[in-house]
Ligand binder design. Structure first.
Ligand SMILES: [Zn+2]
Length: 61
C-alpha cells in the first residue's frame, strides 16, 4: 500500500500534526480529528501518479 505521512497545521489550534495519506487513492476527502485539540477538520487531497499533488486542511465545523 502506498502511504505517506504529511505534516499539516491544525486550523483550530495551529499545531503541526502528522497525518497518514493513502496515495493509491486519486482523490479523497474525509474528516479527521486533530490529535492535539480533538476538533474535526476536513482533510482533502489529490494525487498524481502516486505522488501527492495537492493537500488541503480546513475546519469541518
Ligand atoms: Zn488542533
Amino acid at each position: 500500500m502506498l502511504q505517506e505521512t504529511a505534516e499539516v497545521s491544525c486550523p483550530y489550534c495551529g499545531e503541526t500534526i502528522a497525518i497518514l495519506l493513502d496515495l493509491s487513492v486519486e482523490e479523497q476527502s474525509y474528516i479527521e480529528d486533530c490529535s492535539v485539540c480533538c476538533q474535526p477538520m476536513t482533510v482533502s487531497y489529490r494525487t498524481e501518479d502516486g505522488e501527492l499533488a495537492e493537500l488541503n486542511v480546513e475546519a469541518a465545523g
